[in-house]
Design a protein around this ligand. Structure first.
Ligand code: SF4
Ligand code: ZN
Length: 343
């Protein structure tokens, strides 16, 4: 006997929702999933009528579902938003070039303007060239720091009021875990926020409309809607540490599916004891981007690459910032320490 949809009790159920355990037909699942994202947007007041919103698009499942939903909900509920796609080309041949082709097809399918900003144009380095210099261990640190700034720069060029990203509940839970494991209190406090206000000049407010959507449901939605997305993993492999957190989370989820949301809620409800020292946000003396040090992370990483000292931005070398800013040469000992690729 086929199982009937527990919502309409009419059509045959095609899936059991990972989030709620309900057996639903395709149409009822689409409706439930779309409504939940709409509720997230409305409850957290993510957008204002008339805003220009840049959708960070990588061609992957999360950002493709996000672009699809933003267009659909904007029309269904008359949000009054002007939507655009914003992509970052990290310069990873055999990976990003292919996924950007997907974004270009999405642009046609959703009829949205698209802007692509590249690491090569912004920094003079592609990830291919960076990996050649730094190896495969800390490449994601470079990539993550550069991406954050690249999205802001692209958003400013496009004159958008806000950027929305495809981060889902699994991503947020993973980040909470990673920050706990690292003891990074400042990030732990920030990482569950559904939206961030502008932290200064050159930083565009961001939000995560899929924050409460399970990755499994995003995949099901994309699959049943036959969305055009790119599913290959980056050839420079995901950050090893994040990989451990991800595996741990998946193990927890297989025993208790609600673990993901429980971790997100734990992160949201954590409060930091008064008197705990937090980094003070200022601006980078070189490029003006937000930074709690004299130089922002992006400038330090770039300086390290340009000087052939890749370790400069990895670890704590704050006392060298003044030297870099005043263009003083480093001592032989300092150079030797920062040169090694095996870090
Ligand atoms: Fe960049 Fe690392 Fe992600 Fe590849 S896995 S796109 S190198 S952050
Ligand atoms: Zn800087």
């Amino acid at each position: 006997m086929p199982i009937l949809c527990s919502n309409c009790v009419d059509k045959r159920a095609v899936l059991k929702r990972p989030k709620t355990g309900h057996s639903l037909c395709k149409e009822c699942f689409f409706w439930a999933f779309e409504e939940e994202v709409h509720q997230t947007i409305v409850t957290a007041k993510l957008f204002k009528h008339g805003e220009i919103v840049g959708i960070a698009a990588s061609g992957g499942k999360d950002s493709t579902v996000l672009a699809h939903l933003m267009k659909l909900l904007n029309e269904r509920y008359n949000y009054g938003l002007e939507l655009m796609l914003l992509s970052v080309d990290e310069g990873i041949s055999g990976y990003r070039d292919d996924s950007l082709e997907t974004v270009k097809r999405n642009q046609q399918q959703y009829e949205l303007p698209l802007m692509i900003v590249s690491y090569e144009e912004l920094y003079g380095w592609t990830m291919d060239a960076i990996v050649k210099q730094v190896g495969l261990k800390n490449n994601c640190t470079f990539c993550g720091v550069f991406r954050r700034q690249a999205l802001d720069r692209g958003a400013i060029m496009l004159k958008v009021d806000k950027i929305c990203t495809g981060h889902n509940a699994d991503d947020v839970a993973e980040t909470v875990l990673m920050n706990v494991l690292r003891g990074d209190i400042a990030r732990l406090r920030r990482c569950t926020a559904i939206s961030t206000a502008s932290e200064g000049d050159g930083v565009v407010p961001r939000c995560k409309p899929l924050k409460y959507a399970y990755e499994k449901e995003i995949v099901l939605y994309a699959y049943f809607k036959k969305l055009d997305y790119f599913s290959t993993e980056c050839i420079y492999s995901p950050n090893a540490y994040r990989g451990h957190a991800r595996t741990f989370l998946k193990d927890l989820e297989s025993v208790r599916p609600s673990s993901i949301m429980d971790i997100v809620h734990s992160g949201e409800n954590l409060s930091v004891r008064e008197g705990v020292k937090m980094p003070v946000q200022g601006t980078c003396n070189q490029c003006g981007y937000i930074s709690s040090q004299a130089l922002c992370k992006s400038c330090v990483l770039l300086e390290g690459l340009n000087r052939g000292l890749p370790k400069l931005g990895i670890g704590k070398h704050h006392r060298l910032h003044e030297k870099i800013l005043s263009k003083q040469p480093l001592t032989e000992k300092e150079e030797r320490k920062l040169k090694s690729v095996n870090f």
